[in-house]
Design a protein around this ligand. Structure first.
Ligand code: ADP
Ligand code: ASP
Ligand code: MG
Length: 406
């Protein structure tokens, strides 16, 4: 039995005509003789509206209720698509996350999938029907609905594809593949035919929202055959693959940006062992993901400054957490800045080629763009700059690394 997983994102299910359009794509797969599991997102804009609704009710809603509200978007689309398939005489049924079930931990709003149970759907396939699963949803051990974080339907799709050892997992979206950078910002961005899991993981984690980072990590772990394709045009898309000799030759495979960044500086931190452990330990307790970290060296061994970045959405929690330990750490000032963006260049070739950092810093300098913080990994260099210049930075780096479409 060949199972294929097709995932459709928000813009692909934005309205009734779009849902009818994708029902035709599903029909095509059914006619090819495949068992089809479709995973859908909420209609474009719906999740944002639901978040606004909760915020208008409370600044501090119980997390579990927040997830009950947010998960409703995907419930609507799964049933609408099942109805559209019925219109085409294709037997189909909607499946909510808890019905599959997709079990998760109880980190509401950023829950991690524990297991996708295959029994009920395998039984259902005996009836030769299409399963339309609501993405983004999980079920906690407390028997409550969870959601998987923004963009989480990608992760639902890949987790389902892995659990059913699917032939492939096709992510249909509003662009026709993975590009060298966000094609909405850099018009000369090039579509990639192939990209490695590793590079895609790095691009996604640095802000390329075309795939949720966790979906790429899962695909890499379980060897899921993953593709990104357009919902609107019949084009070949991008395949995410293991590293091989056919890879694109340029030194950099892509550039990502993240606007969801906040910079925190603790100035005058007394220079003694255990301070960093205290600060970052406190943040970890609240699952705040710290990204870039710089500590100035203390010339007189008395005090240093520690600067780090976190997701802007966690700033309030971070501020209250750090202020609780201010007396213990005895730092002088807590300074924040949110008008910042992180730009990252990513490429496997960085492992072997030198000069990439030089090109990056020179290009920014030539454009009078000041760098606040730098961080690197084996295949990535990131800089934090003022968000006023992020489009200029992305465009000039894209050209400097020879990525522009001819
Ligand atoms: P969906 O609603 O289908 O999940 P998303 O909005 O989450 O779609 O992701 C698709 C968007 O990702 C594109 O419209 C594009 O603006 C953005 N994007 C960012 N970086 C890239 C990239 N490197 N390649 C392709 N798209 C990218
Ligand atoms: N609807 C959710 C969101 O907007 C999940 C998804 O689209 O993947 O984040
Ligand atoms: Mg998405």
């Amino acid at each position: 039995m060949k199972i294929v997983v097709l995932k459709f994102g928000g813009t692909s299910v934005a309205d009734v005509p779009q849902i009818k359009n994708i029902s035709l794509k599903v029909k095509k797969e059914v006619y090819l003789g495949n068992k089809v599991i479709v995973v859908v997102s909420a209609m474009a804009g719906v999740t944002n509206n639901l978040i606004d609704l909760v915020k208008r009710m409370s600044d501090t809603p119980p997390n579990s209720e927040y997830d009950v509200v947010l998960s409703t978007g995907e419930q609507v689309t799964s049933a609408l698509l099942a109805i559209a398939l019925h219109n085409l005489n294709i037997k189909a049924r909607s499946w909510l996350g808890w019905q599959v079930p997709v079990t998760s931990n109880k980190s509401y709003s950023k829950a991690v999938i524990e297991e996708v149970k295959t029994g009920p759907l395998l039984e259902f396939f005996k009836k030769n029907q299409v399963a339309v699963v609501s993405g983004f949803q999980g079920l906690s051990g407390e028997n409550r609905i969870t959601t998987l974080g923004r963009g989480g339907s990608d992760t639902s799709a890949v987790a389902i594809a892995a659990a059913f050892s699917a032939e492939r997992c096709d992510i249909y979206t509003d662009v026709d593949g993975v590009y060298t950078t966000d094609p909405r910002i850099v018009k000369s961005a090039k579509k990639l035919d192939l990209i490695t899991y590793e590079e895609m993981l790095e691009l996604a984690s640095q802000g390329a929202k075309v795939l949720q980072t966790r979906s790429v990590a899962l695909a890499m772990k379980y060897n899921v055959k993953l593709r990104v394709l357009s919902s609107f045009e019949d084009l070949p898309g991008t395949s995410i693959i293991k590293e091989g000799k056919n890879m694109e030759k340029s030194e950099i495979s892509g550039i990502a940006h993240s606007l969801n960044e906040a910079k925190i500086t603790l100035s005058g931190v007394p220079d003694r062992p255990g301070q960093a452990a205290e600060i970052f330990g406190a943040l970890a307790k609240y699952s705040i993901n710290v990204d870039m970290i710089v500590q100035s060296s203390s010339i007189n061994h008395k005090a240093t400054d520690i600067t780090f970045t976190i997701p802007e959405t966690d700033l309030l929690t971070a501020e209250s957490t750090i202020k609780k330990i201010q007396k213990k750490i005895n730092f002088e000032k807590f300074i924040t800045e949110t008008n910042v963006v992180k730009i990252s260049v990513v490429g496997n070739a960085m492992r072997t080629q030198s000069g990439i950092a030089k090109t990056m810093f020179e290009t920014l300098a030539n454009n009078q763009i000041n760098i606040h913080v730098i961080s690197t990994s084996e295949i990535k260099i990131s800089v934090l700059i003022s968000s006023d210049y992020y489009e200029l930075a992305m465009r000039s780096l894209h050209s400097a690394f020879g990525l522009d479409r001819k």
